[in-house]
Design a protein around this ligand. Sequence first.
Ligand code: GDP
Length: 463
Amino acid sequence: MVLAGLGRQLNSALNSFSKAAVVDEKALDALLKDISKALLESDINVKLVGGLRNKVKSRSLKEIKEASASANHQKSKQIVQKAIFDELVALVDPQEEPYKPTKGKTNIIMAVGLQGAGKTTSCTKLAVHYQRKGFKVGLVCADTFRAGAFDQLKQNATKAKIPFYGSYTETDPVAISEAGVQQFKKSKFDVIIVDTSGRHKQEEELFEEMRMISQAVKPHMTVLVMDGAMGQAAESQASAFKESSDFGSIIVTKMDGHAKGGGAISAVAATKTPIIFIGTGENLHDIDTFRPRPFVQQLLGMGDMQGLLEHVQDVAMSDPDKQKQLAKKFEQGNLSIRDWAEQIKNVTKLGPISKIAGMIPGLNADMIGQGGDDEASKRIKRMLFITDSMTEKELESDGTTFLRKGKDGKYVGLSRRALRVARGSGTSLREIEELLVQYTMMKSGILNMMKGQAGGGMKPGQP
Ligand code: GDP
């Protein structure tokens, strides 16, 4: 999962805070200390961390004092958790709208960034992304400095069936970019992506070259490609690029694995530029749209329903009827246990569970962290075994059939049906409970998303 280490630390800080008996200034300070430590260890700039700490404290202290006076500790906790959530979102959201390509017109995108950042790979990933959305996309290789750059782009583009332009003989990157863009323009391409060089003998020459290419092709959007593993240096690097190429968006790569990511996050604040995508692997499909709120929700184990839906819809693309049915069910909030199981099956087809799990509410970094991919896959497989032991009626239900009501009409535990299903599937009542929690979380996540307030409850890992 993206930034699993940071997610784990934030979760653990919030979890111990949510268990505190009394919420007072001392408890708030202790929580903020843990949160700050986690952020600093992830390479987030010390000033930004200090700012977050002060804002959360000044926002919540008065309110928690009032709530605590009436011993309403639950309310105090919610106030603090909401303040932390909002400030984490603010950290990755510069409140700037990035450029969005429109069909039927030429959209020129120029990629800049240091060599090795993942520029060529990201250009092809971007091309694949837009092509899947129905754009006619072409790639131009303007990196004449690095031998083999054109071959690399050609190879990637051929693999992804994307038209490309480049030259083995022309050494002027400005001439190549101009010619490539002209050619694709003439053939009415919607999106033209220009990959530039990431290294020169001297940095100033690199920046000068970028300026000249930019003047020649007049990009609608310049995107800075940054390595997510880059530490504190990311900020000054981004500022230097901003001066010479005035990029309007950022792609952070290599956010799979153990990237700390904080350097790139600090670069967002320093340049007030939004991240548009994150790279999550070497594969051409390993690219995720970046949205600040779902990103923080995912980090805090609250899932990312919108991201999940995009992935699921990609899988469902091959069956438009099914996709329509699904959209209707989502709209009405009518998800049955069977629908839930189907979605989980679809999601597991998308790749290693550690990449997807963060999007599913409840399957947070903790779960992946403890047992790794294998353990998480096993748990999910066992949940699917459970659904195999359900009757048709149970599968079509909303799960309440597995709950037992007390005299006052409130649910007090699991029903005999649940016991039967647990026995039939060789699982335990605990696992049935876990399945019902997962199902409820997905359902309420979808409902919240439909109501435009994705995220819902604030307690990490809770419905
Ligand atoms: P460029 O010099 O900036 O064009 O960088 P490349 O596109 O050649 O990428 C450098 C290396 O990083 C290559 O080995 C890529 O496969 C790898 N890479 C790029 N993006 C990602 C990513 O999101 N995740 C991982 N794990 N590797 C990546």
